[in-house]
Design a protein around this ligand. Structure first.
Ligand SMILES: C[S@@+](CC[C@H](N)C(=O)[O-])C[C@H]1O[C@@H](n2cnc3c(N)ncnc32)[C@H](O)[C@@H]1O
Length: 215
């Protein structure tokens, strides 16, 4: 989805904002929250979280994050996110509208860039990865946490479900090969863990959680 033009967002964005927080909350309680906390412990300094949604990650950023910038294009999710900011440990934070493919920041603006369950939703994920590389300072880290294409029967299920999931989940493609996109981008994967999403629907179970740096 591109940057929202209507103040209320698209119909798809409003629908997604109604069901996602409740459904995802089950996965958070089943173990997603622990995965976020462990993974985001590596965040440092000025940090950008792209596609923050209603904010399941925000309380898991450590106090080594000096400023947390949360980019979220869905107005209904931005409103929910605003209500979760009391959990943020960074000394400074801001919520901004924007599009991952055209980040509204200068070059080398962040020590850490993080995204969770974002790249499935993007029409142009390669452009977004170029933007991540552009806004991250030399030596900075990209933290990724994505559900991805599976193998065998899981992949068949994902292919069959893809058109419906895309409509119901604001553009989400369950069959996206995120690691292939990452390896075609100017990144070196430093660490990657393949693991199931706890409590996730069958189409979003395979996940990759890891760190990358400029190639
Ligand atoms: C599945 S949700 C994940 C939300 C959150 N990161 C989490 O882990 O719960 C995908 C998020 O990406 C956002 N998104 C969709 N298209 C985007 C774009 N072009 N740029 C930035 N964020 C986008 C959606 O609004 C939504 O908040």
């Amino acid at each position: 989805m591109a940057t929202t033009t209507s103040p209320r967002g698209t119909r798809g964005q409003r629908f997604f904002a109604r069901w996602y927080p409740g459904v995802m909350d089950r996965a958070e309680r089943a173990g997603q929250a622990e995965i976020r906390a462990r993974h985001l412990a590596a965040a440092r300094g000025r940090t950008l979280d792209i596609g923050t949604g209603n904010g399941f990650s925000v309380a898991h950023y450590p106090s080594s994050v000096t400023e947390l910038v949360m980019l979220e294009p869905n107005p209904a999710l931005r409103a929910q996110l605003q209500r979760r900011t009391q959990g943020i440990r960074a000394a400074a934070w801001q919520i901004v509208d924007g599009d991952a493919a055209h980040l509204p920041f200068g070059d080398d603006a962040f020590d850490t860039v993080a995204a969770s369950l974002l790249f499935c939703s993007l029409p142009d994920p390669a452009a977004a990865l170029s933007e991540v590389a552009r806004v991250r300072r030399p030596g900075g880290t990209f933290l990724f946490h994505e559900h991805v294409r599976g193998e065998g029967l899981r992949r068949v299920l994902q292919e069959v479900a893809a058109p419906v999931q895309r409509r119901l989940a604001d553009g989400c493609r369950p069959n996206r090969d995120f690691l292939a996109l990452l390896s075609a981008a100017p990144f070196e994967v430093v660490e990657v863990e393949h693991r199931p999403m706890p409590g996730g629907a069958a189409t979003v179970v395979p996940m990759v959680v890891g760190r990358a740096r400029p190639a």
